[in-house]
Design a binder for this molecule. Structure first.
Ligand SMILES: Cc1cc2nc3c(=O)[nH]c(=O)nc-3n(C[C@H](O)[C@H](O)[C@H](O)COP(=O)(O)OP(=O)(O)OC[C@H]3O[C@@H](n4cnc5c(N)ncnc54)[C@H](O)[C@@H]3O)c2cc1C
Length: 345
């Protein structure tokens, strides 16, 4: 995969020396015994994610962008579908529902797709957010309505005080009783200042927003597994997202691989235009064991962590928020937060 320029995983080779410890730990986390334990540890988070979204969505009036339409993956051949056997076993062992589909069932679910897919895997209990921007805007407005203050400022550092934490912010120092570090891929350096050494890097990813053109209605996000891309019907167009690029957060973006996918996307969804209205890069904050860091710092009881949600940060945001709120308020957690400890690395 690493030598193929159109692979779903790409490495910027210059970054490899710095990435090596993370990469070794990532490979070790891929052993079957570990994968099972990791899947068990992710399960309470992912199973609670939808209800946590619904609660916040109802509170903030953003429930219109949360759509319970399921998640469809399509495969061009029976052989490539057979490659999902391990995934299916992991899901079945945990009671997660999925259906195996043939070509006609795929067509019934998504009539606007090209008729070239031999097999489908449909997860009916998944939901879809048609506008992450609208959702987070609505959460921010509701937070302020409830008395929260929203300030956007870079934090340069933090030091413990007798009764909390002092943040060194761009516009001066500020004292807090409790601080949540939720700075995505940039959290590692802030945690280091608290004395916690976490393994965190970034799996960079790209998307293109495309005008639908003459394409028929796409009803839900679809993964085209053989080519490693997703098409999703967002409020502002069809979104094409691609795989993973392992590189520094500071390296300039390289949109050429995702641009090369545009013809394949137009084959998958006939009628799709070639008019790209936005190009975007994001930085998935990833630990080598794919588990987030959630909970109180072992080093400083006034510091809480909420980062490292890799490919699932939008999904797991609300449930993580609820867990952190309970931790700060001194309430019992809904389930064991042990697997997400900051000192597990
Ligand atoms: C192509 C792509 C597709 C994805 N698809 C999905 C999906 O379908 N579902 C899903 O659940 N997730 C998805 N993700 C993953 C999701 O985007 C991330 O998991 C999520 O954004 C992580 O959220 P976060 O708030 O932890 O970090 P971020 O979104 O990276 O936010 C961190 C914030 O902290 C700020 N910050 C950093 N340092 C400082 C500092 N010193 N002071 C102040 N602020 C600071 C940054 O400016 C940033 O705003 C996708 C990611 C990509 C790249």
């Amino acid at each position: 995969m690493l030598s193929d320029r159109d692979s779903v995983v790409r490495v910027r080779w210059r970054y490899l020396p710095r990435l090596t410890p993370w990469l070794i730990s990532f490979l070790l986390a891929g052993r079957p015994g570990r994968v099972n334990a990791i899947a068990d540890a992710l399960l309470p988070l992912v199973s609670g994610a939808y209800n946590a979204h619904r609660e916040l969505g109802a509170l903030s009036g953003a429930d219109n962008v949360l759509r319970p339409v399921g998640w469809l993956k399509v495969y061009e051949t029976a052989a490539s579908f057979a490659g999902t056997q391990y995934d299916r076993e992991l899901m079945a062992a945990r009671g997660l529902r999925f259906d195996e589909l043939g070509p006609d069932e795929i067509h019934q679910l998504e009539p606007s797709l090209a008729r070239r897919y031999a097999k489908g895997l449909f997860q009916p209990d998944s939901a879809f957010i048609a506008s992450p921007h609208q959702l987070t805007q609505a959460f921010a407005v509701q937070f302020q309505r409830l008395g929260g203050n929203f300030a956007e400022e870079r934090v340069r550092g933090l030091q413990p005080t007798n009764d909390g934490v002092r943040l060194d912010c761009e516009l001066g120092f500020r004292n807090f009783d409790a601080v949540v570090i939720a700075a995505g891929a940039w959290s590692k350096e802030l945690a280091r200042q608290v004395g916690d050494r976490v393994m965190l890097d970034t799996e960079r990813g790209y998307h293109l927003n495309i005008e639908p053109g003459e394409a028929g209605d796409l009803r839900r996000p679809v993964l085209f597994a053989d080519r490693g891309f997703v098409l999703a019907p967002m409020l502002d167009g069809i979104r094409l997202t691609s795989g993973v690029e392992l590189a520094s957060v500071n390296a300039p973006p390289d949109f050429s691989p995702i641009r090369r996918l545009l013809p394949a996307a137009r084959e998958a969804l006939p009628g799709l235009s070639d008019r790209v209205t936005r190009e975007w890069i994001g930085y998935r904050p990833s630990t080598p064991d794919s588990l987030p860091v959630i909970g109180q710092s072992p080093r400083n009881p006034a510091v809480y962590y909420a980062f490292g949600h890799q490919h699932l940060g939008l999904t797991l945001g609300p449930i993580t928020g609820r867990l952190i709120a309970a931790a700060i308020a001194g309430r019992q957690p809904e389930f064991d937060l042990g697997p997400y400890r900051a000192d597990r690395f």
